[in-house]
Design a protein around this ligand. Structure first.
Ligand code: GLN
Length: 486
């Protein structure tokens, strides 16, 4: 087994026993990136020098016997909408192609405090709007399992990098599924924590009532390790929850005996590919054989989740993206007549088609006369969806569903049909609407060899249960050693 194939917990043990140095690991990863990223195109910025320097510092501290963070010496990478001081953060948009943040996001600071090493920044759909990473201004990331397929989106770079062993773990952001859906497409573990559990300070805002940062990892134990480091209250994020958080690694081995797991019928109906259904049902059977209690439930409001999501998220996006005006930072058009024209030209040149579509949709939904019919209605639907979930979690510990209706689709297959693209989020957006935690993990492969994810959902702050069930299922499935042949 190569160094770059190992998980964070395996590497941590090797580092602790001084069998490898952090510099060895970082070098192995930089070589790996040089070999495969030409094909995968996950990275938009590589921090080669900085990574080697950080590794040397960690190694020196270890030799000197200084106290080190829990993930000291482990190389990782961040989605390019997470601000990193002194390192370009572009959101894969022409609008921010030259933006170098003067500060780092709280999660980036926390990971640096934990001793991790930043390898670089990862490709994404422009401003995190999309499900295939094809909306990037920079490049199209490929699915490591099949280079003609998309890696999912919008955190496609973050998922592909982990799947292709180009980082031990990565962070992404999830507004309507952007961590879990690419995790499903690329066969890795991806988690969207409870809204408010991970600070969003320094995350470039898309839809503020839905956005959440989370990890993508090679296995569930790594997920618990990384969650431990990034979770927690942050006074810099007013939506951050001031509560205590458990050590997620502590009871990881507890198993699923007696756990009550709900299967909502709406997530297994029309439009869900039969291979996907079969793999999720097989996972359900496995859980049952390990002692979980499985029952079918109904979440009838699910059908309204997608329209409500696209109204709310676009409305918030239209407001959040108003700041890109060519005045303060980012792109500024070269030719303009007056101030208003500067705004117009800059926004016309700086934003891509999908971003413009969302801004127009959102502006329309918020305009007076339409506000009640669209935005307000969507918010009312949001409450109904939340209540429905709460009701189920009155009786059940977890909900189990597919992560997405199909496996990774072909590059270019849905670019001319935004509605079809939006449909790929059908299993993930309801969870963001309700602010709940959810995880996607590999459950198996379809007949063409593409990975299929299964999704666990819990009540707010129920991450621990999700990780316990996912860990138990992962042990039972024994498929995590299967890697794409690049
Ligand atoms: N694919 C969804 C969208 O385009 C979700 C994006 C996300 O979670 N950032 O809005």
């Amino acid at each position: 087994m190569q160094l770059y194939q190992k998980s964070a917990h395996e590497l941590r043990d090797l580092l602790l026993h001084k069998e490898v140095s952090s510099k060895d690991i970082v070098k192995a990863y930089l070589d790996r990136i040089k070999t495969v990223d030409e094909k995968v195109q996950a990275y938009v910025t590589l921090c080669e020098e900085g990574a080697l320097k950080q590794a040397e510092e960690v190694d020196a501290k270890r030799v000197a016997g200084e106290e080190l963070g829990a993930l000291a010496g482990i190389p990782m990478a961040l989605k390019d909408n997470i601000c990193t001081e002194g390192v370009k953060t572009t959101c894969a948009s022409k609008m921010l192609h030259n933006f170098v943040p003067p500060y780092s996001a709280t999660v980036a600071k926390k990971l640096s405090k934990a001793g991790t090493i930043l390898l670089g920044k990862l490709n994404m759909d422009e401003f995190a709007m999309g499900s295939s990473t094809e909306n990037s201004y920079v490049q199209k990331t490929k699915n490591p399992w099949n280079l003609e397929r998309v890696p999912g989106g919008s955190s496609g770079g973050s998922a592909a990098a982990v799947a292709a062993d180009e980082a031990v773990f990565t962070l992404g952001s999830d507004t309507g599924g952007s961590i879990r859906q690419p995790a499903h497409c690329c066969g890795v573990v991806g988690m969207k924590p409870t809204y408010g559990a991970v600070s969003r300070f320094g995350l470039v805002a898309f839809a503020s009532s839905l956005d959440q940062i989370g990890p993508l990892t090679k296995d569930v134990e790594d997920m618990a390790l990384v969650m431990n480091e990034i979770i927690g209250h942050d006074p810099y994020d007013s939506t951050s929850a001031p509560v205590g958080y458990p050590d997620y690694t502590k009871d990881l081995y507890r198993g699923v005996k007696g756990m009550k797991v709900a299967l909502p019928q709406e997530y297994f109906g029309k439009g869900i590919n039969p291979d996907v259904q079969a793999i999720v049902m097989a996972a359900a059977k496995k859980l049952e054989s390990m002692g979980a209690i499985l029952e079918e439930v109904s979440l009838p409001m699910t059908q309204y989740a997608l329209p409500a999501y696209y109204l709310i998220s676009s409305a918030e996006a239209s407001s959040n993206l108003a700041r890109y005006d060519g005045v303060k930072y980012g792109l500024r058009a070269e030719q303009y007549r007056d101030l208003l024209d500067l705004y117009k030209q800059t926004r016309d040149e700086g934003f891509g088609t999908e971003v413009k579509r969302r801004i127009m949709l959102g502006t329309y939904a918020l305009s007076s006369g339409y506000y009640d019919a669209y935005y307000k209605k969507a918010q009312q639907v949001r409450t109904l969806i939340k209540n429905e979930f709460e009701n189920v979690f009155g009786t059940y510990d977890l909900i189990l569903t597919p992560t997405a209706p199909t496996t990774a689709f072909k590059i270019g297959e849905k670019t001319d049909n935004p509605l079809e693209m939006y449909m790929h989020d059908i299993c993930t957006v309801p969870i963001n609407i309700a602010g709940l935690p959810a995880l996607s993990m590999p459950g198996g492969f379809d007949q063409t060899g593409l990975p299929v994810g299964v999704q666990f959902v819990a009540k707010a702050l129920g991450e621990e249960k999700i990780l316990q069930a996912a860990f138990a299922l992962e042990q039972e499935l024994q498929i995590k050693s299967q890697r794409p042949l690049l």
